[in-house]
Structure formats: C-alpha cells, structure tokens
Design a protein around this ligand. Structure first.
Ligand SMILES: C[S@@+](CC[C@H](N)C(=O)[O-])C[C@H]1O[C@@H](n2cnc3c(N)ncnc32)[C@H](O)[C@@H]1O
Length: 205
C-alpha cells in the first residue's frame, strides 16, 4: 500500500502521519534493547499496534483528560496523544508506566516527535487519583484488576476503553461478581475474536 493510502486509511493529516512514522522508527530502534513489542509483531507494527491503538482513540468523543495505564512502548496511550494533537487539541494525555527503561523511551518519543503527553514514572497504585475522562489500558491485567484501577483514576462519569482478547467474556463474567458497569463490546478491527470493551458507570456491587 502506498504511504498516501496508509495515511488516508488512518484518516490523519500529513503532519500526524509523519509523527506516527517517526514514532514507529523509534520503536524499531529501541526494541532490541528493551523489548517494547514482540519481535514477531515488529514486522507488522502498523497493522498490529498502530491500528489497534487508533481504533481505541476513535471510540472516544473529544475529552479533556485521557490517561493510559501500563503504557509500555506507548500502545495505545502514545498513539492517542499523537492523534490527539490533531483531533482533540484541548485534551491532555498522560501515560503511566513504572518501568524506568520504558519511561525513558516514552520521554524520548515525546521530545523527538514533539508530542504533548505527560509520562508519569510511578506505579499506578501510587499515582494520585487522576479524575480521567477516558482511561485506556492494553495487555495490563484482567478486567477485575483494571476496574480497581478505574475506581482510583477514572471520573464517575468517565469511560474506560480496554482492548481484550478472545477470552473477554469470561473476564466480564468474573468482573461482574464484584463490579457493576454498562458495557459495549466493540469488535476489534484488527482481530475478529478480540474486542475493545467500552465501559461506563463503573461501581462496586
Ligand atoms: C504487557 S505490557 C503492555 C504495554 C502496552 N500497554 C502494550 O499493550 O503494548 C504491561 C506494561 O505495564 C507496566 N505495568 C505493569 N504493572 C504496572 C503498575 N502497577 N504500574 C505501572 N505500570 C505497570 C509494565 O511495566 C509494562 O510496561
């Protein structure tokens, strides 16, 4: 596919596409040292990680504050911050990550790609409550664990966006023993068995 077709597929400006391209290059450069994504998935980084993150971003209305937990190499949080510069210019984006090497990577991306994103280098449990409008997290922990983090960091009226693999229904059943929430499972555009769980009204049972 040509670069222009790719850009149109993600529906972003030339400037945003260039930032994403620069970010992908940094992931490729740092990956052998700190394993940001699996080596295999590096070959399909656009289809697997960028597209996965773009679809999370596209599930949100414009908001003021977006917080991504356990951001690792920046999926989906850093991609959302890059898209947000163009599409949600008044939003602030925050990535929370406790691994210092990954934090160093994320801060390099912020600097070199000129992204507006705060990187908090602490454990999620220790960061002061964030009152986020949107909370995202991919590949961090099971849904019950994520809802515990949402209780701390998501506004009562906020939305959680959690990509999940094919075992998502079991995670939802388990979580319902302790939590109530309104759920919309959105079929993943990158993997037909996977979903992005969109949750609101999260509260303990
Ligand atoms: C499996 S990786 C997923 C990274 C990224 N979200 C992705 O999907 O590519 C999980 C990340 O969460 C971070 N993490 C795990 N527990 C954490 C905690 N309690 N506080 C902050 N970061 C945490 C790890 O350091 C790791 O980078």
């Amino acid at each position: 596919m040509s670069e222009e077709a790719d850009r149109q597929k993600y529906d972003v400006s030339r400037e945003t596409f260039d930032r994403l391209t620069q970010y992908v290059e940094l992931v490729r450069k740092w990956n052998p040292r700190i394993n940001l994504v699996s080596r295999r998935s590096l070959d399909v980084i656009w289809e697997r990680h960028i597209a996965d993150s773009v679809q999370v971003f596209n599930l949100s209305e414009p908001v003021d504050k977006w917080v991504d937990l356990g951001s690792g190499g920046g999926f989906p949080g850093m991609v959302c911050a890059i898209l947000g510069r163009e599409k949600m210019p008044s939003a602030s984006f925050i990535c929370i990550e406790s691994d210092q090497r990954k934090v160093a990577f994320l801060r390099t991306v912020v600097r070199e790609c000129d992204v507006q994103c705060q990187v908090i280098a602490q454990r999620i449990e220790q960061v002061e409550p964030q009152e986020a409008d949107v909370l995202s997290a991919r590949a961090l922990t099971d849904l019950s664990g994520l809802l515990g983090f949402a209780e701390r960091h998501l506004k009562t009226s906020g939305t959680a966006l959690f990509p999940k693999g094919e075992a998502w229904k079991k995670e939802v059943d388990d979580a319902r023993k302790q939590w109530k929430f309104d759920l919309v499972p959105v079929t993943s555009l990158t993997e037909p068995q996977a979903v992005v769980l969109k949750l609101k009204g999260i509260a303990r049972v």
